[in-house]
Design a protein around this ligand. Structure first.
Ligand code: 0L1
Ligand code: MG
Length: 254
């Protein structure tokens, strides 16, 4: 079995059993190509168990996070049907290692997107937009990882909740949002925090997906990236996101 396959199986099993693992590449010597190959092989395990690919998530979409990791491009992960969490449902912390949640904007595509698109072309491909919450859960012990590590680990993606799909003609460049926990607002922000304008994230998603041989298709969901810092999940929480013009959504934690 190749090293890539061994790493992929290890990360898949870590996610399945909610058990932390050691870093694959603490010295950051692995290439990003190898890291994405591990991610793909690990997602393949999910597909073999009957999950389907439903889209992609974009990560490190704020300048602050990029410079913290010493990178100048976003990273991405794959979303599968098994990661989707129904709105207002209850998730169990026992299914995660050390999960956090962050507010996002989700795009639903009405048509395929090629590798090279302008922001204006990307806009015309959007069928609907929605507020969303992403649950990120690094599988690495003590939450320590290098850039290749986190890419291999599907950019920490684990689950996502999408609110009601809304009109894509809403100007989503600077929508105010608030994420609250049991009614107490802990993070306020704006969709403008996502690369200055979330459409840039969709343009990058189209490029990266096509370069990986999995171009974005009509029906895909793209999570554009975190709009505020992520917050740790704890039992007993009701997590709610309210986004200007697009409404609210939430889920319970036990
Ligand atoms: O921005 C993202 O969604 C990527 C998060 C990956 C790193 C982390 O777990 O904080
Ligand atoms: Mg995110």
């Amino acid at each position: 079995m190749s090293t890539i396959q061994q790493h992929a199986l290890r990360l898949d099993e870590a996610a399945r059993s909610a058990t932390a693992v050691e870093q694959l590449d603490p010295e950051s010597q692995m290439s990003l190509e190898e890291a994405y190959a591990i991610q793909m092989a690990s997602i393949q395990q999910r597909l073999q168990r009957g999950e389907t690919r439903v889209g992609m998530k974009m990560g490190f979409t704020s300048r602050a996070k990029m410079s913290q990791m010493g990178i100048d491009d976003v990273i991405w992960g794959r979303l599968t049907s098994g990661m989707r969490i129904e709105e207002n449902s209850t998730i169990s912390l026992a299914s995660y290692v050390h999960p956090r949640v962050e507010p996002e904007l989700a795009f639903l595509l009405g048509r395929d997107l090629p590798e090279q698109v302008t922001p204006a072309e990307a806009l015309t491909a959007i069928e609907a937009i929605a507020p969303a919450l992403e649950i990120i859960d690094s599988r690495y012990r003590d939450f320590k990882f290098s850039l290749p590590d986190v890419i291999a680990d599907n950019a920490s993606s684990t689950g996502f909740v999408v609110g009601n799909w809304g009109d894509p003609r809403v100007d989503f460049t600077n929508l105010g949002l608030a994420m609250s926990f049991n009614g107490q607002t802990r993070h306020v922000g704006s969709t403008a925090a996502i690369l200055g304008n979330p459409i840039r994230s969709l343009v990058a998603a189209a490029r990266l997906a096509a370069q990986a041989g999995e171009p974005l298709r009509a029906g895909d969901i793209v999570l554009a990236g975190g709009a505020t810092a992520a917050e740790w999940l704890e039992p007993g929480q009701y997590v709610r996101l309210e986004m200007q013009q697009l409404g609210s959504l939430g889920f319970h934690v036990e």
